[in-house]
Design a protein around this ligand. Structure first.
Ligand SMILES: [Zn+2]
Length: 85
């Protein structure tokens, strides 16, 4: 299970984005793709739409100062929970 990973971009999030049971989103903003947990990542369709838009616009970090120096988009995308690929 990848309960700690953003459903849109795969970033590891310290506080599980959808809560302990996967049903209670935190409504925090992903520092990488900028999705609001519980909002645009509500359905597999909305997740794919948000992800495609984000990648098309250059996969920019919402919080650019949090971006690791050796960040690799494709590596991170592998950490997207399997149900939301
Ligand atoms: Zn994200």
């Amino acid at each position: 299970m990848k309960e700690h990973n953003c459903r849109v971009c795969g970033l590891y999030i310290e506080d599980k984005p959808w809560g302990k049971d996967g049903l209670c989103p935190t409504y925090e903003i992903c520092p990488c793709c900028g999705v609001e947990f519980g909002n645009e990542d509500y359905t597999p369709e909305s997740i794919k739409r948000f992800r495609n838009n984000w990648i098309q616009q250059g996969a920019k970090w919402d919080e650019s100062r949090d971006k690791p120096e050796n960040w690799n988009l494709n590596e991170q995308l592998r950490d997207i929970p399997d149900d939301y690929l």
